[in-house]
Design a protein around this ligand. Structure first.
Ligand code: 8X3
Length: 251
């Protein structure tokens, strides 16, 4: 039975929500962060019978809101043991010559700058306590570039670089740093990428059995259960049907 405190960004959907639900069953105390108050309230209502939950409603793009929200935590919740940097999305799937500046800003602001803002608020507590575990949700898109992936891939390559940089800078403090890099996971991811075009979003997973958000939550729970001296540093996970970013065997 753990009473560790885990903070999850992007907790209201997909991998973040599945992780919140699984860690609640394992009695982690949870700080659930997201932009959508109604979804945060529903999660809180669902999970608070299993564990203690605090919700923080803010947008990771807004550095003042990030600081204000994390500063607002009661003292008993300030010793965050686990940071799960999950918030992130793909916006658009255009070649570089016609990409939308708005989409580019969103991906860089959320996937890269948002991760930095949240990390910067939480890491000093971990270095003071010389303990902690940071899990960054990367992507196969942060390991291999693919056509039309351009800025999304760049944002996830940045997450990969930041994960490695954190592991080096935080090495003196005994802080664990893990990256999990999924391939095709069926969540709202493609619906957001394709701006609500459901048939196009569904076609990404057609003829394969994609990963689910629960598969990734299981991996996160496994990573967190490692012995104190063990850190799973870098995990890439595919559905069996996937051989690379661009190689997918469809029935
Ligand atoms: C999600 C995986 O392959 O769509 O990050 O980029 S992919």
């Amino acid at each position: 039975m753990t009473s560790k405190i885990a903070l999850i960004t992007g907790a209201t959907a997909g991998i973040g929500e599945a992780t919140a639900r699984l860690l609640a069953r394992k009695h982690y105390r949870l700080i659930l962060c997201g932009r959508r108050q109604d979804r945060l309230e529903k999660l809180n209502a669902d999970l608070s019978a299993q564990t203690e939950v605090i919700t923080l409603c803010f947008d990771v793009r807004d550095k003042d809101a990030v600081k204000k929200s994390i500063d607002s935590l009661p003292d008993a919740w300030k010793s965050i043991d686990i940071l799960i940097n999950n918030a992130g999305n793909a916006h658009g799937f255009d070649p570089i010559q016609t990409g939308s500046l708005e989409d580019w800003d969103a991906m860089i602001d959320i996937n890269v700058k948002g991760l930095l803002y949240v990390s910067r608020e939480i890491i000093p507590g971990m270095t003071d306590r010389r303990a902690g575990h940071i899990i960054n949700l990367g992507s196969i898109a942060g390991k291999e570039v693919y056509p039309n992936g351009n800025v999304y891939c760049a944002s996830k390559f940045a997450v990969d670089a930041l994960t490695r940089g954190m592991r080096m800078d935080l090495n003196p403090f005994g802080i664990k740093v893990t990256s999990i890099n999924p391939g095709l996971v069926e969540t709202e991811f493609s619906l957001v990428r394709f701006k609500g075009d459901e048939p196009r979003a569904r076609s990404i997973y057609k003829g394969i059995e994609p990963l689910t958000a629960d598969n990734i939550a299981d991996i996160i729970e496994y990573v967190l259960s490692s012995p104190a001296h063990v850190v799973l540093a870098d995990i890439t996970v595919f559905p069996v049907a996937q051989g690379s970013s661009t190689l997918v065997r469809r029935d």
